[in-house]
Design a protein around this ligand. Structure first.
Ligand SMILES: O=C1O[C@H](COP(=O)(O)O)[C@@H](O)[C@H](O)[C@H]1O
Length: 318
């Protein structure tokens, strides 16, 4: 296979036996706080049905509110810790839904802070509720550096997530780090095409681009997603599946990235944004008067469902 799915040689040492699926999904088992939220920009505020009573009964439960603002579901949590729990529940729930229907579950990761926010997924009860054997893992973007380099998105994900779960090594698709940026992008696209041919990956009937089941993405403080940066011509790429950049404004400069047609052909996307430093971009994207310049994060629009995960700080201006 053209892409380098051979990279997890040491992975077998951490493989676990296949966990059973619980009768009740973690999402169903968790008692939700009965709240409705409409974003302030829509002129409606947070309403909770007897939140004091609820808090007294479930002291460890999350203070989570969910709304739909026309650009997807917006989940706001009290803290980053609670974002991580919410993200684990969401991911486990979608994994269970898809693996009940299909033999493969195609998941795309970003680098950056997203990986830290995935930490609860490798803990009970979530880790034991997931059919890891059906997971196929990809990267929405990768830095053109060796896989053991501190800047590698693969290394970040391996150390923080992949080394802790029993995904078969041949189903983890890292880039070929022996190639140039151009070569690695072409190689990764060829890899995706092979996976379409052998039925692991499906193509969107609407767009003809690959349709991944789930993308777990983060956003930079400038509004970039993947390695698609504000004002960069790559944002408009509409033919390639995977492309490369040699002048990334954020180091390292050489990277490969999925293009917007691929990102937006996904079934589900979770956009995970935490911290006050990202609040202005969230305001510019989801607030009352969105910026006239649409930032890359504002161009994300999957085929089936978009869900935003914020802590209070990131959502403080909407
Ligand atoms: O360089 C990158 O940055 C973004 C955002 O990272 P964050 O640490 O601000 O969350 C990340 O999504 C992307 O994958 C990565 O290559």
């Amino acid at each position: 296979m053209a892409c380098s799915s051979r990279s997890l040689l040491s992975f077998s040492s951490v493989r676990r036996s296949q966990p059973s699926i619980p009768l009740i999904s973690p999402l169903v088992a968790q008692k939700p706080r009965s709240c409705t939220l409409a974003l302030r920009s829509k002129g409606v505020s947070l309403i909770c049905s007897n939140p004091k009573k609820f808090r007294a009964r479930t002291r460890s439960s999350m203070a989570e509110v969910t709304a739909d603002n026309g650009k997807g579901k917006v989940k706001v949590f009290d803290s980053e810790e609670e974002v991580a729990v919410g993200l684990a529940k969401y991911t486990a729930d979608i994994s269970n839904k898809i693996t009940n229907e299909k033999s493969s579950f195609t998941v795309v990761l970003s680098g950056g802070s997203l990986i830290h926010s995935l930490r609860k997924l490798v803990e009970a009860p979530y880790i034991d509720s997931i059919e890891w054997g059906k997971w196929h893992v990809f990267w929405v973007d990768e830095r053109v550096v060796p896989k053991d380099h501190v800047d590698s998105n693969y290394k970040l994900a391996y150390d923080g997530f992949l080394s802790k779960v029993p995904i078969p090594p041949g189903q983890v698709y890292a880039i070929n780090d022996a190639l140039s940026a151009e070569g690695a992008a072409d190689d990764y696209e060829t890899c995706l095409k092979h996976l379409v041919t052998n039925g692991v990956l499906h193509v969107s009937a609407k767009t003809g681009f690959p349709k991944f089941d789930l993308m777990l993405l983060g956003m930079g403080p400038d509004g970039h997603v993947a390695s698609l940066f504000p004002g960069h011509p790559l944002v408009k790429e509409n033919k390639k599946w995977v492309t490369f950049i040699k002048d990334s404004p954020k180091p390292p400069p050489e990277r490969i990235t999925f293009t917007f047609p691929v990102i937006n052909s996904s079934a589900y996307i979770a956009m995970v944004v935490v911290g006050a430093g990202k609040a202005p971009v969230i305001e510019a994207t989801l607030g009352k008067s969105p910026n006239s310049e649409v930032l890359p994060v504002g161009m994300v629009s999957p085929e089936d469902e978009m869900t935003w995960f914020f802590d209070k700080q990131a959502a403080s201006k909407i």
